[in-house]
Ligand binder design. Structure first.
Ligand SMILES: [Ca+2]
Length: 372
């Protein structure tokens, strides 16, 4: 009995040891499995779409930008607000309604806004965008209805309804955004981010100095640039690197769908205008690149700079004057002359896009519109 009892006790000890020793291993294995399950590489997490409001003056490249946004799962387009620029406010609203209808997206709010720039007459750009602003392509009448709210009021309301969640993507003159800021400055800290198409740090397209969106309302732009929110400027000079050319057009022409076919017609028009008036080589995708940057910020590289908008220059009204070193000399009057007494730092207020992965972006654009 003692012998048998000893054997039984030993067996019990061994079993207990195995269970005890095995338990941590089993727990570790269990942990490992749950870690594997949570690993994004094994099971990608559902990306929460970014809520965006696109303020637009549609516009051929606006049309491409809007359709890119509406077909990108990374973005949750909450509203299109219309500003005069490429076309009049009335034509722009009609175009925005037709574009949303084409994409079967009457669920989003589409509202008119300002009727003219803050302090100057409007300059429209039918030369570049066609008489109707959409490359003279006639879209079917819209099934969508305009939201009765005033665009800047709609922007204010949506920002308050979703604090810290809304990304503003203005791709026209900045009149509506400035009006929203002037009416309710409390929106500034409640906006997640602002990504604009506009400006340039290497010369303009209206004239030597100014890019069209900023030229069309410099005072509004200065208000928006100095609001104190996170602002990324996707300007003319980076847009000029994203040339949609004949090879891209051939690629997109192989697929079909109402949006795809419309976009191909617009791009044929744009390539024609570029051949006639531009530098050739393709059509710059200005507004779509701003949307592309909202989709994937890594498409562009940026540098923080202090940027002011010139509003009084004889030759430079509407220029985005970028301080690349974020410093100014401190010049102090001594008698009949100034003496430099030091260097003062100026805070950057803009993330200026200075580089772009153009082909990656163009392929993103094509892939989102193909077959739609
Ligand atoms: Ca535009």
């Amino acid at each position: 009995m003692p012998r048998g009892a000893t054997l039984a006790a030993c067996m019990a000890l061994i079993v207990a040891f195995v269970i005890f020793a095995g338990a941590p291993a089993a727990r570790a294995d269990g942990n490992a499995r749950s870690t594997t399950t949570a690993n994004p590489a094994a099971a990608p997490e559902k990306v929460i779409p970014k809520k965006v409001i696109i303020d637009t003056d549609p516009g051929t490249d606006d049309a491409l930008a809007i359709l890119l946004a509406l077909n990108s799962p990374e973005l949750d387009v909450r509203a299109l607000t219309v500003v005069p620029g490429n076309v009049t406010a009335q034509q722009g609203l009609e175009n925005a309604l037709k574009l949303a209808s084409l994409a079967n997206r009457c669920d989003i709010a589409i509202a008119g806004g300002a009727q003219h720039p803050l302090f100057q007459k409007l300059t429209t750009a039918e030369l570049w965008h066609g008489a109707n602003g959409l490359a003279n392509v006639e879209l079917p009448p819209s099934k969508c209805k305009a939201d009765p709210r005033f665009g800047p009021d709609l922007i204010i309301q949506m920002i308050h309804e979703s604090p810290h969640e809304i990304t503003l993507v203005p791709v026209g003159p900045l009149t509506n955004i400035a009006l929203a800021l002037l009416k309710d400055p409390s929106i500034v800290p409640l906006v997640k981010e602002v990504v604009i198409m506009g400006g340039s740090i290497t010369g303009g397209n209206v004239n030597a100095a100014a890019e069209a969106n900023i030229y069309n309302d410099p005072e509004a732009a200065q208000i928006v640039f100095h609001a104190g929110w996170r602002l990324t400027m996707v300007g003319l000079d980076v847009g000029d690197k994203t040339l949609f050319d004949q090879a891209h057009l051939d690629q997109l022409s192989k697929t079909h769908g109402p949006e795809n076919d419309f976009v191909v017609k617009v791009l044929i028009f744009l390539l024609g205008q570029e051949a006639k008036y531009g530098s050739g080589g393709g059509s710059p995708m200005y507004d779509p690149l701003a949307v592309g940057t909202a989709i994937d910020p890594s498409i562009v590289s940026t540098q923080p700079m202090h940027v002011d908008v010139e509003s009084r220059g004889e030759f430079t009204r509407g220029e985005t004057v970028a301080n690349r070193r974020n410093a100014v000399e401190r010049n102090v009057l001594h008698g009949d002359r100034y003496i430099i007494e030091g260097i003062d730092h100026v805070d950057p207020n803009v993330q200026v896009a200075t580089g772009v992965n153009a082909e990656e972006f163009l392929q993103l654009l094509i892939s989102r519109l193909a077959g739609k």
